[in-house]
Design a protein around this ligand. Structure first.
Ligand code: SF4
Ligand code: SF4
Length: 164
């Protein structure tokens, strides 16, 4: 598998009022896509609500499969300062949840891919893209949101998404 890794730290530029002048301040933030696995025992707990309140994080739900008294899965994009992010992940694990990066659940099977480019037309995040120099389709796992559009687009079933 040819998987690119990119640092997806983002820098928010926040204007701040000073002595009559506006100055720009760089504030480092991280944004990561994660898969959270609930057990039947903790699926009804308001853990995500507590997570964002206690650790000052922002979340965006990308996917979810939750039923009462059954194992469940939520895919989130979680953003905040690096320290808050790490504390938040620790908090989730302390609550008995299993947490994994989404990138572990999506794979471009190098043995099957013929670099036809069909998937690049469907991928909404540009996680799949054509590299002109090598004439190959590459996969940037950090950009992937797990939507699975590439799975049905691929004629040889080279894209594998194993979230649920
Ligand atoms: S559609 Fe499938 S075979 Fe074609 S480039 Fe994408 S992953 Fe490879
Ligand atoms: S799952 Fe969605 S975002 Fe990820 S590579 Fe496939 S089409 Fe792109």
């Amino acid at each position: 598998m040819k998987t690119l890794t990119r640092n997806d730290h983002s820098h928010n530029i926040t204007p701040r009022k000073g002595d009559g002048r506006e100055i720009m301040e760089n504030e480092q933030r991280v944004s990561r896509k994660i898969v959270i696995h609930y057990t039947a025992e903790n699926v009804d707990q308001p853990i995500i609500c507590q997570l964002v309140k206690i650790h000052d994080l922002v979340f965006n739900i990308l996917k979810a499969r939750i039923f009462p008294k059954r194992e469940g899965i939520i895919v989130l994009e979680l953003s905040g300062s690096p320290e808050n992010f790490n504390n938040g992940i620790r908090y989730l694990k302390e609550q008995g949840l299993k947490v994994e990066p989404l990138s572990k659940s999506v794979n471009q099977n190098a043995d099957k891919c013929v670099h036809c480019g069909a998937c690049t037309a469907f991928c909404p995040t540009d996680a799949l893209f054509f590299e002109m120099d090598t004439q190959r389709v590459l996969f940037d796992a950090e950009k992937c949101n797990g939507c699975e559009l590439c799975v049905s687009a691929c004629p040889v079933r080279a894209m594998e998404v194993n979230i649920f």
